[in-house]
Design a protein around this ligand. Sequence first.
Ligand code: ATP
Ligand code: MG
Ligand code: MG
Length: 408
Amino acid sequence: MAKHPVIGLLGGGQLGRMLQEAASPLNVELAILDAAGSPAKQICENAKHVAGSFNDPAKIRELAARVDVLTVEIEHVNADVLEEIATKGVSVGAGRPLKKVPCHPSWETIRLIQDKYLQKEHFLREGIPVAPQMAVEGDSLTIEALQAVGDKYGFPFMLKARKGSYDGRGNFQVRGPADFDEAIRSMGKLSLYAEKFQPFVKELSVMVVRTEDDDGNLRDVHPYPAVETVHEDSICTKVFLPPRGVQAEACEQACKVASNVIRTLKGRGVYAVEMFVLKDGGIVVNEVAPRPHNSGHLFTEAVPYMSQFKAQLCAILDIFPGKVTLQPRVESAIMLNILGGAEEESHDKLVDIASRSYDTNMDVYIHLYGKASKPGRKIGHITVTSSAANIASLEQLAGSLTKEVDSV
Ligand code: ATP
Ligand code: MG
Ligand code: MG
């Protein structure tokens, strides 16, 4: 790879913006493919940026021709084009040989993860614990087909879009036969699968850094500590480090499972492994995101020497310190998502309070993404940390801020 490699990034949202924030001190150049004025482009000028969609084959090729390696901030990208560029190459001018540009994570991983059903079939084959699932025909989704799922898995069960879902959009909880009509109406046109409902007591997430040599052989996997994620209406709203009321052994186990999951995938970078913890302490893997993730935001402050974004860059460039332990430098941390409210300015008061917040027992960090506010849209987040308070005490200290977040 070139001495000062240029990383091409598909997607310029908030994850790209925070990747850019980590890239600057390393003097790593990012060329971004997304619309002009996207959150990541707002904070870095670069003649190598490409304006357009991260799903447009021609635009992806244009970006690839300008960079040394490709990465993504979103998994819903065109994996076929990434495969073509990595294996056959991309044109860099008439009469010149095609240039092969690798993608991290691998296009194979991106393709696998895009289809949540195939993703979990893969984990099942690899001996990773996942919820029972079955494919159902979206085009011919019938009451009989839904009843058959109910007979097998009981109610409620989850009906999920195989592709394209995020923040729970693409998920439908079928509580009983009364929901069948609505399920068919809202989901019937999608490619679907059904999943057994998991009566979890906690949701955990573990970010894992995967390093590889130039031949794609696994060097190592490095898990961050497990965090607790809280979802409201299927969207992540809060993250707690360490998880509240979860034994240290269960957290260790979650890190082990997550590391095993990432050993089965291909490509350098950070990955998020979302998991359910059941009443008996059992762990079930929900899904993987092959990129920096909302649940890893608090490591920017909690593990200040290695944010998930720096980890992504270091892994891709193969300069990740192999001995790093990823141990937090704080006792506890909480991440609160700022979601757009009913009005454009619904979150203004919260931002004002969080920006002015000062407390000797708690550090408050605000991150705004430069996005227009829409109801339920992730437009920023707040991280609070404490070097002395445990997670229960920090939750109390952050109580009034949390109340403001909830009221947006
Ligand atoms: P993301 O934004 O994380 O990509 P997504 O749209 O892919 O979300 P999932 O992760 O499948 O959606 O589900 C969102 C949330 O819905 C989960 O975090 C969990 O709270 C709940 N959920 C999903 N599947 C199940 C299940 N089988 N049993 C119980 N709850 C579930
Ligand atoms: Mg998902
Ligand atoms: Mg999820």
